[in-house]
Design a protein around this ligand. Structure first.
Ligand code: ATP
Ligand code: MG
Length: 415
């Protein structure tokens, strides 16, 4: 990708109507475009980050047999009536509309009922179980507050997965596997150290659910964590959970956090409500065991911006950055050498964002830093004379390294 060809431009000033730091930086650096409060479009750079996050999640869900699908955003009223969740008093984030013939439809805020309705058409016998399906989908929610940038959108991307089982034991075992692959996802995003599986309230179906909470000042939740950071409990269930776990409340300290994932077991309650059954090996008709697993894809992107950004701008972990290298050319010879280097690195599979603009070096460096690309690689007339390249890491404060061509390739093509 060449910076001269990107239609987005960086900006030195923050948008006046944006209070959240993640959105300010993402807009300034050209990752998102704000349509209205809580509604953001993703530009080529932003889409790359989103796709990188999704790809990590996709690999992990596939590793436990998840089958990827995509449901629809338009939903039938009847899908939700059976469980009482068409009612605006029960679900207060619905966007609703009507077809030309006055048929009421809803814009998907969740796909739990919709997916179960579809699965019911296919799952007939114990031989069809277990199975699990997932999707990356836009959810539309008429959220009251939308002041956290992409961390709380009225339109946002979620990965939601549902697993269906014949027995409770099978559901429990799968649920535990999901906890493990979720932890791997957060590790791969670069926030493994600060993300906890927490006890949260389970709603109507189960005593506790599990949330994945990342310590983050911009988060809207309060997490109670013990000193060894081995136990984390949500504020809303603190008393219950400490009793259940047999721990002293005084050993837990509050810290701000953001919910980046949420998993819970419906057991058989939703299938009972929706009349979803299978024929077991003994011939009896039984309700299916169901569990549901969400990750806030766009929220994760916002949390990462909030956690790692510094005074110069965004700092992406390499695993999700839109490019690994920000290539800066200085001078005439420098730009010829950079053209060749760009072609060569790209052909070797290294993602390079090449700042080929006719601009001041300082401006190029500042933009690479604002965009948060993990390495800045400089090719200048002066360096070429010395047969050298300058490589600087974005996140640590060590000074730039001067490398020979062999050293450069050894360090960036393999790692
Ligand atoms: P919250 O408590 O933050 O409102 P929720 O409990 O309604 O979230 P779920 O329905 O469990 O969220 O959705 C699964 C995940 O989707 C959440 O863990 C969160 O990471 C993400 N998410 C939920 N609402 C939003 C939103 N408005 N914008 C961005 N991400 C969201
Ligand atoms: Mg939740």
């Amino acid at each position: 990708m060449k910076v001269s060809q990107l239609f987005t431009k960086t900006s030195k000033t923050s948008p006046a109507d944006e209070v959240s730091r993640n959105a300010q930086l993402l807009i300034r650096a050209g990752y998102v475009y704000k349509v209205m409060a809580g509604v953001y479009a993703y530009t080529p750079l932003g889409l790359r980050v989103l796709e990188n996050i999704k790809q990590i999640v996709r690999e992990e869900m596939n590793s436990i047999g998840g089958q990827e699908i995509i449901m629809t955003s338009l939903q039938r009223k009847e899908t939700w009536e059976g469980t009482g969740r068409w009612d605006d008093n029960k679900v207060d984030v619905w966007f609703k509309s009507k077809l030309k013939d006055d048929t009421e439809v809803g814009l998907a805020w969740s796909h739990e009922e919709a997916i179960m309705e579809m699965m019911q058409q296919f799952i007939k016998s114990y031989k069809d179980l277990p199975t699990s399906v997932y999707q990356f989908q836009t959810k539309l929610r008429n959220e009251l507050r939308a002041k956290s940038g992409i961390m709380r959108g009225r339109e946002f991307v979620m990965k939601d997965m549902y697993s269906l089982h014949a027995t409770k034991e099978d559901m429990d075992a799968y649920y535990n596997k999901v906890i493990q692959v979720y932890q791997r996802c957060y590790e791969r995003f670069g926030i493994g150290d600060s993300t906890f599986v927490t006890f949260a309230s389970g709603g109507a179906f189960t005593k506790f659910s599990h949330e994945f909470q990342t310590i983050c000042d911009a988060g809207e939740d309060i997490l109670y964590v013990n000193e060894e950071q081995t136990v984390a409990v949500n504020e809303e269930v603190l008393d219950d959970a400490t009793t259940e776990l047999g721990i002293e409340k005084s050993t837990l300290a509050p810290t701000k956090s953001a919910e980046v994932g949420n998993i819970f077991k419906f057991g058989t309650e939703k299938s009972e409500q929706m009349g979803i059954t299978f024929t077991d090996s003994d011939g009896a008709n039984k309700p299916i065991y169901l569990a549901s697993y969400g990750i806030g894809i766009t929220r994760v992107m916002g949390v990462i911006v909030e956690k790692f950004a510094d005074e110069k701008g965004i700092v992406w972990p390499e695993s999700i950055a839109p490019a690994k290298i920000y290539l800066v050319s200085i001078g005439k010879q420098g730009s010829e050498a950079a053209d060749a280097l760009y072609a060569e690195l790209t052909s070797k599979g290294v993602d390079v964002l090449y700042d080929d603009r006719d601009a001041r070096p300082g401006e190029k460096f500042a933009d690479g830093e604002l965009m948060g690309i993990p390495y800045t690689l400089t090719v200048s007339d002066r360096l070429i004379e010395a047969g050298a390249f300058e490589l600087k890491h974005r996140s640590n404060n060590t000074s730039a390294e001067i490398l020979t061509r062999d050293e450069l390739f050894a360090s960036i093509v393999t790692s």
